[in-house]
Write a protein that binds this ligand. Sequence first.
Ligand SMILES: [Zn+2]
Length: 386
Amino acid sequence: MRPNLSETPGQCEPRALDASRSAFYLATMPDDSHALLIRLLDAPGPSGFERAPARLWREAATFADDVTADVNGNSLATVFPAPDERDGPRLMFAGHIDEIGVMIVHIDDEGFCWFDVIGGWDPQVFVGQRVTLLGRDGAVPGVIGKQAIHLMDQAARDKLSKPYELWIDIGAASREEAERLVSVGSAGVLGSSVLRLPGQRLASRSLDNRIGAYVVLEALRLLAADRPSVAVTAVATTQEEIAYTGGGARTSATALMVQAAVVVDVTHATDSPKIEKKRHGEVKLGAGPVLSRGAAVNEVVFEMLRRVAETEKIPVQVQAAARSTGTDADAIFTAHRGVATGLVSVPLRYMHSPSELASLEDVTHAARLLAAFARRVETGTDFVPR
Ligand SMILES: [Zn+2]
């Protein structure tokens, strides 16, 4: 989900990375039903550099009839009404697989890497963090440096840090040494892994929106076991966090010429301290996926989702999006000749921090909701609001 900030888009840099750094967490999980989610969350994939999680996502789509990738890095998996019945209307499930991150803009003579932000960061988050950079030959660890408090005068102590005043230290002693590992344009993410919390809760730096990419794939897995009557394509879209007019979402929706789409992203849970519900609405962690209403959302899709939830006894919450939604829905509903679009969100605390927090109950419910919705869409379903 995008905040209302201005940013500079990143560039693509093909790099192969080891994406499975979470053996400990897999081993300590109560069951492995969400093992794929944990692996996806720990794979580094800042906007424009989504290869590692995208590859995992495609490899996991073994149940789909067709799995492809496109030039923007989108990954697409489709279940058809029957394996040889590939024409006809198409439904799209979209979950963006990129995450916010950092990018090196300059390496100085001492080997320190100066960086810009990918996506909408709270700059205060960076101080004291570790980072994982997507280097020339794989992951390169580093730490974010700042002058120690002992060395600051009072004015410096009172000032908030700006990202351009901080640097990444990868332990290199010179520019030459640093450039053997990384280069200007190398992207990265904060160096944190998934943390399991009591109950069904977990924290990760990339829940926004690896969790949505996971939900659309899980929904497709449910559909593969009990085929729908229209083709359904789950898309792990790219570049959502930096593309205000729609990155991979717009191009994939246009290429697929979809009749209808459901976007899965995260939304702010407002059940943690200091959030004004009169202003931001009431959304609780674990109380079910959130259905958005607003200009980007087709009213027929919204009503269908609400009715399906009621019939299937899936708890849902409703959220107002009076203007744009800050998600891929904004790009998809105006793609091609217009796409009937719905928005289902997973409640999330501490968005755009190294420790975003969500509930797996909401994830399971969201996947079930999408699958049940798809089974109610038929060739002649009329999405025109009348
Ligand atoms: Zn976001």
